[in-house]
Write a protein that binds this ligand. Sequence first.
Ligand code: AMP
Length: 304
Amino acid sequence: MTAKKINLTVVGSIALDTITTTKASRREVLGGSTTYACAAAALFTRPGMVGVVGEDFPVKHKQKLQRRGIDLAGLQQVPGRTFRWSGVYAADMNNRSTLSTELNVFADFSPQLPDAYQKSRVLFLANIHPDLQLEVLRQVRQPALVAADTMDLWINTAKRNLRRLIGKVHMLLINDSEARALTGCGSLLDAARKINTWGPRYVLIKKGEHGCMLVTKSQLALLPAFPVQKVVDPTGAGDSFAGGMLGYLSTANKIDEATVREAMLYGTVAASFSVESFSLEKLAVLPRSELLRRLRQFRGMLPG
Ligand code: AMP
């Protein structure tokens, strides 16, 4: 059942991921950009998930998402196979290669936003084909904040529409190598400033274990990652970061540079839990009290 008010709507992939690290591997576990983002955002609000799965999508995954407090009225289940992605990590747990991407049911997906989602305060266009992100953007009524994420696949195969999308959002989240590939700039600061001129007021560059950087026309903010002792699976770190950040912002009194800076702390801490297990094993059951405890610990580590 759809809750009356949805503060945050998230569209993106819902996936069965096959992941290999140097220590272990997992086959067809629950993943996807919207899945990680919603699981993190659910620590703050009841996010509305928009996406599609095939008839092979296990019921237990749906139940897990529901138990986390994610609204599934925007999730379609159709004949066909669920989106699949597989990747392998280098020993540093930072660099990864995609082995395969199977769009499957996402190839013909036509998103339909439930009424309550159309009035969301915050919209997150998580990583998926830019045409789908644009379609969802067309269906919402003037959210206070529209944020988008993307990846190298779309930079290489759908750059024109990705650029159209970027021109319409307030915030772009992108990792360091993708920012360079998108803009052709070697310097991350140049890349971020160039993206600022295309439209987004907030450009958030994710740098994996090195944290993140916020660039606006007037400000620059840097935050390290929370030092995790044992990284088990970095998949979804970027999406959990975004989900934590935007979940927090969707319930904040104001959305401005100061609150975005504060939100970066929440995103960073959410991401740190995500990488401590495969799939959503940890994030999907994390109590808010544990997040807040680590947040206090994190603040204590920052100078000043
Ligand atoms: P991250 O590690 O934050 O980049 O997110 C990884 C998640 O993104 C995985 O769970 C994948 O299922 C999903 N993913 C990988 N490639 C794509 C793609 N091309 N489009 C949408 N989602 C993807």
